[in-house]
Structure formats: structure tokens, C-alpha cells
Unconditional design. Structure first.
Length: 302
């Protein structure tokens, strides 16, 4: 399970960093500190490489080009948010905010929401969102997409169950909020279940709707499906109803270090919303994104 794997990775990293610091601390303090920093912040080097790659790949993309200042700010923002998500919320606190399906939600007639995370994540990603919804009377369910490396199509029953539970609790079609690969899960669910009428709106945040350049290094089943213009994505668009994109809002960034070229995170006919200068995980916690998305819960039925 992902939480267990990320706990092991986090504890191993902390153990290695502290062990290095203790071993060299007395005899070679400079080496001890340098090694400690290299172990604990080494991931930021890999992030920097991703930003260099995205700038190069995005040069031929129609989305606005990122400045070096924007790239630097996005790199720093992702450096700060990544350990919060991958070393704390997901491994140690994935159920800090349990699903909320209370009877008062239906009595009040308040719309619910389903949260769908992306690749190598779990429901702990959504904790800041769930905190905002606690006690509001809005029902919510945050799914866990496992197994980690299976086909995206295999996640459809999980989303179907979550939508059904929220709809049963509220009596209304929910808003479905997705980060990264989660948006592809939502599209696969809409296609298989012909569920357009069962959802109020779908919000995708940094979703590789047309794949991502970086997925060429992914060799799991879902990783191959997220490659640029993959056969799976072609099939996903086959016989898509003309009005389906209108139920989507797609948030994307010119500094997304995972989904690039940047315009691959948009859908023709959807409400495509650009946020400049923020990175992939960071994009899920931009106040504007959160506020405008949660405002959809107050919309009247069409």
C-alpha cells in the first residue's frame, strides 16, 4: 500500500540523514552538515532538472512561456510542498480527515464532492481541502487509487462507488475534483459509465489530458497510458459526446514540472484556466483554485 511504502521511504531517508550526521558530526562537522543537507534536500536537485526540461519542451508550446523568475519561484514552492505531501500527509496522515457522509447533508440539500488524487499519491493529498469542508454540511469522499501501477481503467469502479455514495447522501450530482492522473480517471469513468448527467462539474488540476513528455520514463501500465498522444488517450476521446468538455474546468500552469508541454493539461471546449508560476503539486493548493472550485458546490442545478 502506498502509505506504507512512503512511510518506509521517509523513515529510511531520515535514518540515513541522522546516521550520517552522527557518524561524521564530531570528526568532520562540515562533511557531516553537507551530507545531511544532500540527503534531506537531494530531491530538490531532481526537481530543478524537471524545470529545466519543461522550459526546453515548452518552447514550442502555445501556452505562455515561463520566465526564469517564475521557474525559480515554482521550484522553491515545490521544494517546500513536496515533503509536506509525500513525507507527512500521505504516509502518516492519509486518514486525518475521514470521508463525510452525514445525513444532515441531504436534509440541507447541499451538494457533495468527490476527490480523486493522481499518480503515486493517496487521499492524504487532499487534507487541506477536506479541512475546509469539515463541518460545512457538504458530503465528501476522497478515494485511494490502488494498485499503484495498474491501468487507469481499473480505477473506474472506485470512482463509481464514491460518486454513488455522495449522490446517495445528498440527492444531487457531485462535483468531482481531480489532481493529475485523477482527471484521466474521471474521463475514463464518464466514458465507461456514460455518466455525464450524474456529475455537476469536473475540475482537473494539472491533468495530462493529452499526455506528458515526462511519462516516457514511466513503465507501469498507467505510466504508458499517460505518454504523449498514447493509443489509450485516443480511445478515450473516441465517440466522446460533443458537450462533455463543457462540464470541465481545467487548471494548468506554465511551470508544471510533471505535465508538460503545458497545453497538454487543457481540453478543447473546457474552461481552461492558466495559473502562472506554480508547480505540479503546488497547483493543487493555490487559493484561487481552491476557492473557485469549492464555489461550484453552491451553484444551483442546471
Amino acid at each position: 500500500m502506498l502509505a506504507s511504502l512512503q512511510r518506509l521511504m521517509t523513515l529510511s531517508l531520515v535514518g540515513a540523514a541522522c546516521g550520517w550526521l552522527l557518524y561524521f558530526g564530531q570528526s568532520q562537522p562540515v562533511l557531516a552538515l553537507a551530507g545531511f543537507i544532500a540527503i534531506t534536500l537531494g530531491y530538490s536537485v531532481f526537481l530543478a532538472i524537471e524545470f529545466i526540461l519543461l522550459r526546453r519542451v515548452n518552447q514550442s508550446d502555445p501556452a505562455p512561456q515561463a520566465t526564469w523568475r517564475e521557474l525559480l519561484a515554482a521550484w522553491w514552492g515545490e521544494t517546500l510542498i513536496a515533503p509536506q505531501v509525500f513525507c507527512w500527509r500521505q504516509p502518516f496522515r492519509p486518514n486525518a480527515c475521514p470521508d463525510q457522509l452525514s445525513p444532515p447533508a441531504r436534509v440541507q440539500g447541499r451538494r457533495g464532492v468527490v476527490f480523486v488524487h493522481g499518480f503515486f499519491c493517496n487521499r492524504g493529498l487532499w487534507t487541506p481541502w477536506l479541512r475546509q469542508l469539515e463541518g460545512t454540511g457538504h458530503a465528501f469522499v476522497a478515494v485511494n487509487l490502488e494498485p499503484i501501477f495498474c491501468s487507469i481503467d481499473d480505477y473506474v469502479p472506485l470512482l463509481e462507488d464514491a460518486v454513488r455514495r455522495v449522490t446517495d447522501a445528498t440527492g444531487q450530482p457531485p462535483v468531482v475534483v481531480c489532481h493529475s492522473m485523477g482527471g484521466l480517471v474521471a474521463r475514463a469513468w464518464l466514458k465507461r459509465m456514460k455518466a455525464d448527467a450524474r456529475v455537476h462539474h469536473v475540475v482537473t488540476i494539472g491533468t495530462p489530458h493529452r499526455g506528458t513528455w515526462l511519462a516516457r520514463f514511466g513503465h507501469g501500465h498507467n505510466g504508458r497510458q499517460m505518454r504523449l498522444l498514447s493509443d489509450w488517450q485516443t480511445q478515450l476521446d473516441h465517440e466522446m459526446p460533443a458537450g462533455r468538455p463543457a462540464i470541465f474546468t481545467c487548471w494548468y500552469s506554465n511551470c508544471d514540472n510533471i505535465v508538460f508541454p503545458a497545453s497538454t493539461a487543457t481540453l478543447p471546449g473546457a474552461r481552461n484556466r492558466l495559473i502562472r508560476g506554480v508547480a505540479h503539486v503546488q497547483l493543487a493548493f493555490v487559493p484561487q483554485v481552491m476557492q473557485e472550485t469549492l464555489a461550484l458546490l453552491e451553484e444551483s442545478p442546471a
